[in-house]
Design a binder for this molecule. Structure first.
Ligand SMILES: Cc1cc2nc3c(=O)[nH]c(=O)nc-3n(C[C@H](O)[C@H](O)[C@H](O)COP(=O)(O)OP(=O)(O)OC[C@H]3O[C@@H](n4cnc5c(N)ncnc54)[C@H](O)[C@@H]3O)c2cc1C
Length: 390
């Protein structure tokens, strides 16, 4: 099964988006994917091409100057970019992650200003929840925001921040009332140019090497009170609501990289000859390829089902977002590992793209909540009686 065939009952509009993104990726993303990984450098060519085609932050509504892509269209953009280069797919994915808190809970002024700048290409958006000692247990964050007259003053360290240093804008979750635990956390927009903002060295990672991950240091960062996103004490709720939607985009990355690995493995299996015939003729390998295709399809269908829930804001989105992210990322890890197997020794070298895909796939099981955390989220929803509205 190849993703070149129209397999889904997508609307003509969604199908057209897939074709348009694929064309951009074939020309301007895929050719640089190996170099971006080898040199661990920002995918500038992809960034420029995605921006030129208005795919850099497709989710921004038209009323704020964006492309107004719905959740499924955004998923298709991210899936297609990830099929070519997972590092590059972090551009539209993290622009959604960073700005969605503003879109969900921000004042009209914040939306106009920051979503407008994002859509216009005036700067990307990052999301700052994690800290050195607050990963899965994000509520235990220590970054503080203290009110001082008409301002808030922020101090703390955010860790693992995707596109830190590249992005102009940052949604930062900080404690405004330590007594109130999750209800004492508020969200703010911080700008890269705000005095007291600085960044750590890029992390040296296993995969997605083209996506910069750095610490963000907040040293007496003074910002006006109207940069708070939503009401005081609602920041954690906004952060979690955001993840319900954006876990669907991580599932899309997972589907994309798995499809990229499957496509490569299929082509290779037809070309590579052993025992006097193409290895694709061996049933043992056909069964492996069949399982890969079956699982990619299942992951894609689940991801698209979750995207529908994200678009409508259904109450079973929390379950579906976690389930799609968890399932698709486990599939991505399995399928990319099996793609390496299909290529044999060649798959284990950097001369072929599948080892990069395997390394890149791993992150989808970890970020936006590890897959253990996704299972906790799903179990809570099941036990509360919320699985599916069907
Ligand atoms: C490349 C990269 C990019 C990232 N980008 C961002 C970003 O842009 N913004 C941001 O805010 N964060 C980001 N993160 C952070 C990411 O979301 C966290 O790494 C993740 O949530 C896990 O936190 P941790 O690394 O502290 O692991 P820990 O929380 O220390 O977990 C370690 C292990 O313990 C398990 N574990 C923890 N608690 C439980 C439990 N209750 N039950 C069962 N198992 C448990 C975990 O599943 C994991 O296997 C990024 C991380 C990476 C690596």
């Amino acid at each position: 099964m190849s993703s070149d065939f129209p397999m889904y009952a997508l609307s003509e509009e969604h199908q057209a988006i897939r074709e348009a993104v694929r064309a951009v990726c074939d020309a301007k993303v895929a050719p640089y994917a190996t170099a971006v990984d080898e040199e661990a450098r920002y995918p500038q060519e992809a960034s420029d091409a995605l921006q030129a085609a208005d795919f850099h932050a497709p989710h921004v509504p038209e009323e704020y100057g964006g492309a107004g892509a719905d959740a499924l269209a955004t998923v298709i953009v991210i899936e297609e970019v990830a099929r070519a280069c997972v590092s590059s797919s972090l551009i539209p994915a993290v622009n959604k992650l960073g700005s969605l808190p503003v879109q969900i809970s921000g004042s009209e002024e914040l939306k106009k200003k920051y979503l407008g700048k994002l859509a216009a290409g005036d700067g990307g958006f990052s999301y700052c929840l994690s800290e050195p000692d607050a990963g899965s247990d994000a509520v235990s964050m220590k970054t503080r925001a203290v009110r001082d007259g008409d301002d808030w003053v922020l101090n703390g360290v955010k860790r693992w921040i995707t596109n830190a240093g590249v992005s102009e804008y940052y949604t930062v979750m900080a404690v405004t009332d330590p007594e109130k635990r999750s209800k004492g956390i508020s969200a703010f927009v911080v700008e890269k140019s705000d005095e007291g903002v600085s960044f750590g060295a890029p992390e040296k990672k296993l995969g997605i090497k083209g996506s910069p991950t750095r610490e963000v240091y907040l040293d007496n960062v003074r910002i006006p009170a109207d940069r708070m996103i939503g009401a005081e004490g609602t920041g954690f709720e906004t952060a979690m609501k955001t993840l319900d939607h954006t876990r669907v985009t991580i599932a899309a990355q997972a589907v994309g990289v798995a499809q990229g690995a499957l496509d490569y493995a299929l082509g290779y299996a037809k070309e590579r000859q052993q025992f006097g015939k193409p290895i694709a003729d061996f049933q043992g390998l056909q069964f492996l390829l069949a399982d890969m295709g079956m699982k990619v399809e299942a992951a894609r269908q689940m991801t698209y089902a979750a995207a529908g829930r994200s678009e409508r804001g259904d109450k079973d989105l929390t379950f579906f977002g976690a389930a799609a992210k968890c399932f698709a990322s486990d599939v991505a890890m399995e399928v990319t590992t099996n793609a390496v197997q299909v290529l044999g020794g060649y798959g284990y070298t950097r001369e072929y793209p599948v080892e990069r895909m395997m390394r890149d796939a791993k992150i989808t099981q970890i970020y936006e909540g590890t897959n253990q955390v996704q299972r906790i989220v799903m179990a809570r929803q099941l036990l509360a009686g919320i699985q599916s509205e069907l």
